[in-house]
Design a protein around this ligand. Sequence first.
Ligand SMILES: CC(C)(COP(=O)(O)OP(=O)(O)OC[C@H]1O[C@@H](n2cnc3c(N)ncnc32)[C@H](O)[C@@H]1OP(=O)(O)O)[C@@H](O)C(=O)NCCC(=O)NCCS
Length: 169
Amino acid sequence: MRVCARFRIARLKGGIEMSVRAAHPSESSTVFRVLTEIAPEIPLRLDNEERQRRIRELVDAACASQMSWVSLDDSDNVVGFLFGRTRSTDTRGMEFSGMELLYGGVLPAHRGCGRFSNLLTEAKKFKTPLWAVVKRANTSAMAERLLKYGFAKQAVSVRSDEDTFVWTP
Ligand SMILES: CC(C)(COP(=O)(O)OP(=O)(O)OC[C@H]1O[C@@H](n2cnc3c(N)ncnc32)[C@H](O)[C@@H]1OP(=O)(O)O)[C@@H](O)C(=O)NCCC(=O)NCCS
C-alpha cells in the first residue's frame, strides 16, 4: 500500500521519533489548517475569501503531487509540511530548472526537533536544484536557515521585499 511503503522514520532526535512521508490528497484540509496557523510568520496573508481560496487550491495541488511532504507526530497527526513543484524559467538573470519550494512550516509545539531539516532532506533527495523565495518579513530566520542548509542567495529577486535562494546538488 502506498501509505505504508512511503512511510519511514526519518530521524530520532532528543528521544522523539519523527516521521516524514509524501503528502496525500486526502489530508489537504489538515495541511491547510497547519498552514493557516503559521501563515503570519511566513508571512502569508489569508485575510479574505479570495486569498484563502487561492491558497487552498495550491495546497490541494501540492498534496496531490509527489513533491510535497508532511511531518507526523507519534499519533500520525500532521504537524509540519513542505511543498515543492517543478519550476523552469529562462527569464534573463533568473534562469532555473528544478524544484521550487513554495511553503513549509512546523507547528510551534513541534519545533526545534529537526522536523524541517527532515522535510528539506526529502526535497534534496530529488537531486535537482531547489529554488526558494523568502520574504524579508519572515519571522523564523528562514533566510539564515537556508544558507546553513547550503543554499546560495541570488543576486536578483522578482520582488524587492523578498530574497531568492538556490541549492544545487
Ligand atoms: C522555520 C521552521 C519551519 C523551522 O522548523 P523546525 O522544525 O523548528 O526546524 P528544525 O528543527 O528542523 O531546525 C533546526 C535547525 O535549524 C537551525 N537553526 C535554528 N535557528 C536558526 C537560525 N536563526 N539561523 C540558522 N539556523 C538556525 C538549528 O541549528 C537546527 O540545525 P540542525 O538541524 O542542523 O541541528 C518553523 O520555525 C516554522 O514553521 N516557522 C513559520 C513558518 C515559516 O517561516 N516558514 C518558512 C517560509 S515558507
